[in-house]
Design a protein around this ligand. Structure first.
Ligand code: PMP
Ligand code: GLN
Length: 381
């Protein structure tokens, strides 16, 4: 394989997904809900299939989806966008990330990322020939280390790849933290690629602050989100990128030669969901908070050191109180030992030590499934 794939190996989600299938494990690894999103939205896909949405969609997405994305950004975040020039629909947030990095990062450019980082960030920065500069969010609170972030900037830094609410730690950057990142971006004239796929999945009184809403940031930020997380349709792979026309042009410039257009029957359905399903999204958030509390309480009872997330659908534990030292070894042994799958943090780190004992558990699962996982995990003792 090409040098641009050197060291990337196989994504942990494939490894752990295969382990789950082989062992019949309860899969709290890859983050996908085990309950589909609203039936009415599925019916919109069926309708689209029956009414001729079966050929290529426009490259930037069907007009109704682009309008619905713009309306969503206005209604929820107060961001004004021209659906013609400032919105592009993508094949999941994954393609938006890939196209943004390929369209905006030159070979040798340094890109700041918060680690642990979602694994596609490292892969895409490497494929673009860029150099990642990780800034570590440390357990147990995973706060932004502002001084370390500032110290990581060099004359070659051109971009920040941000993610809040943050996978895998579950932290939600505060308004102050987002403000510090924005200040740095303005001072050094950096582009921000902001992955906000968990924008609606925040708990208690934690509030998601889109960095594009801060002064001087709309013109330098590409904001990314996805119907997978917001409406529980991860398999549809409908995502989007929004921002100023020049940056969105760069995203489209790369996307046009990867997929050109994305799934035409799903786009009108997601447009409909964006326009009609605010209540369902609020209900999902409430339900996930209950699942979070169920899983965290259960893991705590089993003796794990639990870091309760502020957002996303992932909880983190330190496995050392149970006598383990290495989260990757723990996760590789877990399916055969007790029939549960989880994801180790360390594979999302350059600073492997910082993530070594940490393990991520997805709680976007039915109550009975989480109970079953906890029951199985009690066999560890
Ligand atoms: N970014 C983050 C932080 C994620 O957790 C995920 C996983 N859904 C993605 C991007 C990819 O989203 P999609 O499935 O829409 O490609
Ligand atoms: N975002 C999901 C997770 O973090 C799915 C990952 C994937 O499919 N690559 O688990």
């Amino acid at each position: 394989s090409s040098e641009r794939l050197d060291g990337l190996g196989t994504t942990i989600f494939a490894e752990m997904g295969a382990a789950a299938a082989r062992t019949g494990s309860v899969n709290l690894g890859q983050g996908f809900p085990d309950t589909d999103g609203p039936r009415a939205v599925v019916e919109r896909v069926e309708l689209a299939l029956r009414t001729g949405h079966n050929q290529y969609a426009p490259g930037r997405g069907v007009p109704e989806l682009r309008s619905a994305i713009a309306a969503h950004q206005r209604r929820h975040h107060g961001v004004e966008l021209d659906p013609e020039t400032q919105v592009v629909a993508t094949t999941g947030a994954t393609e938006a990330i890939a196209a943004a990095v390929l369209g905006l990062v030159d070979p040798g450019d340094e890109v700041l990322v918060l680690e642990p980082y979602y694994d596609s960030y490292a892969a895409m920065i490497q494929m673009a020939g860029g150099i990642r500069r990780p800034v570590t969010l440390r357990a147990p609170h995973f706060r932004l280390p502002v001084e370390e972030l500032r110290a990581a900037v060099t004359p070659r830094t051109t971009a920040i790849l941000l993610n809040t609410p943050h996978n895998p730690t579950g932290s939600v950057l505060t308004a102050d933290e987002v403000g510090e990142i924005a200040r740095l971006a303005r001072e050094h004239d950096l582009v921000v690629i902001s992955d906000e796929v968990y924008e609606h999945l925040t708990f208690d009184d934690h509030v998601h602050v889109p960095i594009a809403t801060l002064p001087g940031m709309a013109e330098r930020t590409v904001t990314i989100s996805s119907a997978g997380k917001t409406f529980s349709f991860t398999g549809w792979k409908v995502g989007w990128a929004t921002g100023p026309a020049d940056l969105v042009d760069a995203v489209m410039g790369a996307k046009q030669f990867m997929t050109y257009t994305s799934g035409s029957a799903f786009q009108p359905a997601v447009a409909w969901a964006l326009d009609h399903c605010d209540d369902e999204v609020a209900a999902l958030r409430t339900d996930l908070q209950a699942r979070r509390d169920q899983l965290c309480a259960g893991l705590d009872r089993l003796g794990f050191d639990v870091m309760v997330p502020e957002g996303t659908y992932f909880a983190t534990t330190d496995v050392r109180p149970l006598g383990f030292t290495d989260g990757l070894e723990f996760c590789r042994a877990l399916p055969d030992r007790v029939g549960v799958v989880a994801i180790p943090h360390q594979v999302f780190h350059d600073d492997v030590e910082a993530g070594r004992p940490l393990v991520r558990w997805a709680f976007c699962k039915r109550e009975s499934v989480i109970d079953e996982a906890l029951e199985r995990l009690s066999g560890l003792a």
